[in-house]
Design a protein around this ligand. Structure first.
Ligand code: F6R
Length: 332
């Protein structure tokens, strides 16, 4: 698992070699990204990157229910690493049946078959990995597809730069991750500890990614608090805490002054309840580089923490159990 994460710069380069190979015909006003878990997060990242640049809005659907607003002005971008996720297949079928403009990213599976059978654009990414470790393959495939279609969320040059950045940052990211995993092991895995990932906008997506990686690779239960929104609800819950045993991982973009002050304020509240805190400052020039650096540390640290805990980072038993029941639940 560690090697998969450490090969991210090479994954980015392999996605870059296909940049521009696929394009969506015609024009659209918005992108609706459909996907679950490690594939759905691609939608979150596209959304935050597009919001920064503003070429078009990105809506994220992590459900089998395709929203009614998806229409002739939408591109429905369906992402599933395996190509076999039921919710994603159900939403894909409703998009095709409604005659919408659809493009699919998968490593194969039923989605590839269905896309080919129905003449839908299919972007194939390399298979044989787990979805969470293949984030760069799917994300850069999506960025390349949008760029080639005339809707640049990240220009090719910036994507290339991010590969070199991550290559240069790889060994320091591993060192940071080792130390973070040891801290998480000693402070956050004691019985009764509540683990929080705290951050500021627009890093919400990265906090969610950390939560998901800690759940899947380290088998740790985590909650997410994002300022400024958490200042309007979550913080009140600290006034009469039931479980006082908190362990908080703070994520900050050090170039975002308001963001750092927001997290400083959160830290003063955590300190009042004697929480253990640790801060991770993101490095990188562009928003894409910061997201990729943070995601790499999340992957490495959660894998190392899983190993320290004696659990298998690769195995996700309960997801498999759920997937074996999903056909009955959705009656398909
Ligand atoms: C992440 C993971 C899950 C899957 C999710 C959807 O590594 O295993 O979160 O991403 O179950 O499956 P796919 O991505 O194949 O559509």
């Amino acid at each position: 698992m560690l090697d998969f994460y450490l090969s991210w710069p090479e994954m980015i380069r392999s996605a870059l070699s296909e940049w521009g190979a696929y394009r969506v015909e015609g024009s659209f006003r918005e992108v609706v990204v459909v996907g679950m878990g490690g594939s759905g997060i691609v939608g979150d990242y596209l959304q935050v990157l597009a919001a920064e640049r503003g070429p078009l809005p990105v809506h994220v659907v992590k459900s089998h229910l395709l929203p009614r607003f998806a229409g002739p002005g939408s591109l429905v971008l369906v992402v599933s690493y395996s190509g076999n996720t039921l919710e994603t297949l159900v939403a894909f079928k409703s998009a095709v049946e409604r005659g919408l403009r659809v493009a699919v990213i998968s490593s194969g599976g039923l989605l590839e078959e269905e896309a080919k059978r129905r003449g839908v654009l299919h972007v194939k990414v390399r298979g044989g990995l787990v979805p969470r470790a293949s984030l760069p393959l799917m994300l850069y495939a999506a960025l390349g597809l949008l760029d080639a279609s005339g809707y640049t969320v990240v220009p090719r040059g910036e994507a290339e730069k991010s590969a070199s950045f991550l290559e240069a940052a790889r060994s320091s990211a591993l060192e940071v991750s080792k130390s973070l995993a040891e801290w998480l092991y000693s402070e956050c895995t004691k019985p009764g500890r509540v683990v929080v990932v705290a951050t500021h906008s627009p890093l919400d997506v990265l906090a969610v990614r950390f939560k998901n990686e800690l759940s899947e690779n380290s088998k740790l239960h985590v909650r997410v608090e994002v300022a400024p929104e958490c200042m309007h609800n979550d913080v009140v819950g600290y006034e009469a805490l039931v479980a006082r045993d908190l362990c908080v991982l703070e994520l900050v973009d050090p170039t975002d002054e308001a963001g750092v002050e927001l997290v400083d304020f959160m830290e003063s509240i955590y300190r009042d309840v004697a929480a253990k805190t640790r801060r991770l400052a993101l490095v990188g020039g562009s928003a894409l580089e910061k997201l990729m650096y943070g995601s790499l540390v999340a992957g490495l640290a959660s894998t190392l923490l899983g190993e320290l805990r004696g659990v298998d980072p690769l195995e996700t038993r309960t997801i498999k159990l759920y997937k074996s029941r999903a056909r009955e639940i959705f009656r398909v």
